[in-house]
Design a protein around this ligand. Structure first.
Ligand code: UDP
Length: 309
């Protein structure tokens, strides 16, 4: 297949490029590098099956030649970006998704939307199945990302219903691994960076809020399986192993040998209290389950961040 990946120079996007190239596909990565980096795809320079286009997908997308699939990952996704560049996030989720759908329709290509567990907001149903409609504050600081992704899901389903476009929606839960930015602001790079510098880890709130962390190779595998399936309704992909953030901090201190401990800082507004994917649909429809355990995945991620520090 010839596949366009928007956000292809980002953390997940660049890992997806590697996987699809290894599977024998031709890949075009498109990115405006607002949060992505050419460092993530530098090793692909000279690969005749790979091409990079520097472009902001909120502007009209032009890709020469045929396309079999469009995988739309472009979006900043860290809570620090929600306050730093909220309008860009709203534009890429809305205008960017519209443009990415447009190019898929024009090329007769299949379309996959990278959506998020943030569509569930601060969830009142636990764990979260795809049937849950969510609990989102539209005017809060996270609303710019949550509502952009909810709009993106809505317009994707509209293109499916009105234009008969072959669409897929993956709802990605917390994912970590090599090529996350060290200064990304999300919990894994924050904690690992602090631990490697011998500093205390900054736990927000009392650390009782939970998250479930998926290693990037597992996530990418779920994404490829969904693209190749015929499932048009949303599918959660994430690791259901749920931990309080305080326990997660202790795990990182243990794996890095950091003895500086933990400091507590204020909890940001609207920070979800709990999050764990119900992956029944991914298991039954895609035959997918995560394979990489937390210690194993964190060891890989720590090695990557060590090389960047
Ligand atoms: N968090 C933390 N310390 C940090 C960064 C994040 O305690 O230095 C917490 C954050 O408040 C949240 C969880 O870790 O409860 C996951 O945060 P992240 O920014 O990775 O993503 P989220 O899942 O909130 O979108």
């Amino acid at each position: 297949m010839r596949i366009l990946i928007t956000g292809g120079a980002g953390f997940i996007g660049s890992n997806l490029c590697d996987r699809l190239l290894a599977d024998g596909h031709d890949v075009i990565a498109m990115d405006n590098l607002i949060t992505g980096s050419t460092d993530n795809i530098a090793h692909l320079a000279g690969n005749r099956h790979f091409q990079f286009i520097h472009h902001n997908v909120t502007e009209y997308i032009y890709v020469p030649g045929p396309l079999d699939a469009v995988m739309h990952l472009a979006s900043p996704a860290s809570p620090i970006d929600f306050t730093r560049i909220p309008i860009q996030i709203l534009k890429v989720g809305s205008l960017g998704t519209h443009n990415a759908l447009g190019v898929a329709l024009a090329k007769g290509a299949r379309f996959l939307l990278a959506s998020t567990s943030e569509v569930y907001g601060d969830p009142l149903v636990h764990p979260q199945p795809e049937t849950y409609w969510g609990n989102v504050n539209p005017i809060g600081i996270r609303g710019v990302y949550d509502e952009a992704k909810r709009f993106a899901e809505a317009i994707t389903m509209a293109y499916h219903r009105i234009h008969g476009l072959e669409t897929r929606i993956i709802r990605i839960f917390n994912t970590y691994g090599p090529r996350m930015r060290l200064e990304d602001g999300r919990v894994v790079p924050n904690f690992v960076g602090q631990a490697l510098r011998g500093e205390p880890l900054t736990v927000y709130g009392d650390g009782s809020q939970t998250r479930s962390f998926c290693y990037v190779s597992d996530l990418v595998d779920g994404m490829v399986r969904l693209l190749m399936s015929s499932e048009t309704m949303p599918v959660n992909v994430g690791n259901p192993l749920e931990l309080p953030i305080r326990t997660f901090a202790e795990t990182i201190n243990r794996l890095t040998g950091n003895t500086a401990g933990i400091v507590y800082e204020p909890l940001p507004a609207d920070d979800p209290k709990q999050r764990r994917p119900d992956i029944t649909r991914a298991r039954t429809i895609l035959g997918w389950a995560p394979k990489v355990g937390l210690d194993e995945g964190l060891t890989q991620a720590i090695a990557y961040f060590r090389s960047k520090i």
